[in-house]
Ligand binder design. Sequence first.
Ligand code: GH3
Ligand code: MG
Ligand code: MG
Length: 418
Amino acid sequence: MKKILLIEDDNYYLKQKIKELKQRLPYQVISIHNKTKLETFQNYGTDDIFIVLLDNFFAEENSKPIIQYFSSKGIAVIVYTELYDPILAEEILKAGALDYVLKKPYEDINYTTRLIERTYNNQFIKALVVDGSEPFVRELSNYLMQFGIKYYCATTTDEAKQILNTHEDIKLLLVDEEIQGNEQGILLIEDIRKNYSSTQLVIIAMSLHGYNSPHSIAFLKKGANDFITKPFIKEQFSLRIMQNLETLNMIEEKHKLASTDFLTKLNNRLSLSEIAPSLLKKAKEADTKLAVAMIDIDHFKQVNDTHGHDMGDAVLKHLSQILINSFRKGDLIVRNGGEEFCIILDKSDIETAKMLIDRLRENVENNSCTFESITLSITISVGLFIGLEESIEVFLTKADTLLYQAKEEGRNRVICNL
Ligand code: GH3
Ligand code: MG
Ligand code: MG
């Protein structure tokens, strides 16, 4: 489990905030007195520590080596002090701290908790830095590492596009205006935006030209989410990264909510229309067939009528769990609505598809559902269409016709076109 190292005197508000945040983020807090010497930390090790919160009170002479020690290990160090001292702030940042905040005001504690949350969530984010100049990349990489972000580096536009294509987890792109001595940054952004929307990938452009220059405006017009003037200070950088990634996360969460079925937590119809076309595209490119199964629970109305709606809901959840257990991660499982589900099998040959769907039907029949001391067995009918059609809609219509046939022929069966 990830750990927060709290090196502190006693800050009630901060501790309270960390406790609140812990309900959402699974981390452990290690609290150590701020008079502790560096050797103790060196013996302790840095495993799983993702952030160090250092209370600078009374311990100024002690802080610097601690900041240097943790930041050199790529761990974010946030230093908080009682009063703002610009000289001290500069020294602390120079020593490698990610940020310098005040203890007292409520806003600063809030800001600290934002930094904690961001640094924690950054472990799930990868970045791509596109720039030709070695020392700048090194400096940038250092910031990213401290902020918990893993990154790739590209020195040409082609390399950048290739890395982006092969790593779906890249969510942040930092593009310098100059790539290999030419002003190719804007062109690269324009090109990348053809395939990645600003709600899928955050692009931050960097340039030696100032905010009011035509360059910054051109970057934003071509689709950069934000723009930073070089050289920049660390706080400027981390704030912009934080704000942009927070927005991206918020959009992702809302989108997840909108594309998830509330009862079963499976994908809903919206995700079918969003994800299925890419599976079809892949099948077309590989010149393989795609298997689409339309599934409907038999006599489900009777379950509701006899045992009540809650039992019906329990049956829907029970079937969903069987579906999740029966298919691989790349397969698309959708609750279409009511008691109708749809599966699109990713990269599966005809025989495997038939075998998987037959086994699913058997599993449903043989695994009863228990809810509030009532145990029920259910069955499903399935229409399985395997082929290569123009659009997903055609697949769904054909699978639906086969499902209808399965119902007509007596239910609890799979009808396949092949
Ligand atoms: P068939 O074998 O021909 O498919 O018959 P059926 O009874 O399964 O089909 P029918 O379309 O007549 O009934 C579907 C029922 O599913 C009617 C509807 O009330 C119920 N239903 C739809 N959504 C939900 C839900 O979210 N929860 C519960 N409990 N019932 C639902
Ligand atoms: Mg039904
Ligand atoms: Mg139905």
